[in-house]
Design a protein around this ligand. Structure first.
Ligand SMILES: CC(C)(COP(=O)(O)OP(=O)(O)OC[C@H]1O[C@@H](n2cnc3c(N)ncnc32)[C@H](O)[C@@H]1OP(=O)(O)O)[C@@H](O)C(=O)NCCC(=O)NCCS
Length: 188
């Protein structure tokens, strides 16, 4: 409890703006390299380009569609993480919302940013009428799966909630987690 109270006073969560594209791209690439080394081929991680990602983020943020992107800033105003959510993507699971992505730089992990982003995203999803949501996580990403379970996520026990995503040169085993009541409450 004390730790959570302290965390709530540190940094902030806010909506992302187009001007954040470069910082978001840098966090995105760094977080992927920190998290997925050993899970994705080295070549894929080495070839990630912050410049290309920045262009993609600027496009994504400028589109003004139904995706909601939130950033976590530390006390110095540096972006240390982000989360993205919105309606369930096409051919998705029978739930209203979806958490598309969540990444916190290693240096800023275990300070409550992930929990705060999940709570804030869940509140945004609930505001636009989604009472339920899912997310996909790489099966071997046990730390993230433990985090989602701590936040009340339940692994969906259904063949439809396991998938192998084939990308250029590699395959990813993913499992899905669900929340049946948004927003997440403050005890999550
Ligand atoms: C998983 C992740 C989002 C969690 O965010 P975070 O800011 O580090 O987590 P929080 O500080 O909010 O943790 C909240 C609680 O979740 C649990 N938790 C968080 N990280 C955990 C871990 N690595 N192992 C086990 N439990 C964990 C703990 O119960 C924690 O509370 P505590 O610190 O008081 O014990 C973050 O570590 C991350 O971005 N990891 C790399 C990228 C990634 O795997 N993203 C998910 C892709 S689907």
């Amino acid at each position: 409890m004390v730790k959570d109270r302290v965390a709530l006073q540190e940094g902030r969560i806010r909506p992302a703006a187009v001007a954040d594209a470069g910082a978001l791209a840098a966090v995105h690439v760094a977080a992927w390299r920190e998290t997925y080394r050993g899970l994705l081929p080295d070549a894929v991680l080495n070839n990630l380009s912050p410049e290309r990602r920045a262009i993609e983020w600027a496009d994504r943020l400028g589109r003004g569609d139904t995706e909601m992107v939130l950033v976590a800033e530390d006390e110095a105003g540096a972006i240390v993480g982000f989360g993205a959510c919105g309606p369930q993507r096409p051919h998705g699971l029978p739930y209203g919302g979806e958490f598309y992505a969540l990444h916190i730089l290693r240096q800023a992990q275990r300070r409550g940013f992930g929990r705060r982003l999940m709570r804030a995203m869940s509140a945004r999803l609930a505001e636009v009428g989604h009472g339920t949501a899912t997310l996909w996580v790489i099966r071997e990403n046990l730390a993230a799966r433990q985090f989602y379970a701590t936040l009340g996520g339940r692994r969906i026990a259904d063949a439809a909630a396991e998938r192998v995503e084939s990308r250029t040169g590699y395959r990813l085993n993913q499992v899905a987690y669900a929340w049946n009541k948004l927003p997440l409450t403050s005890d999550r």
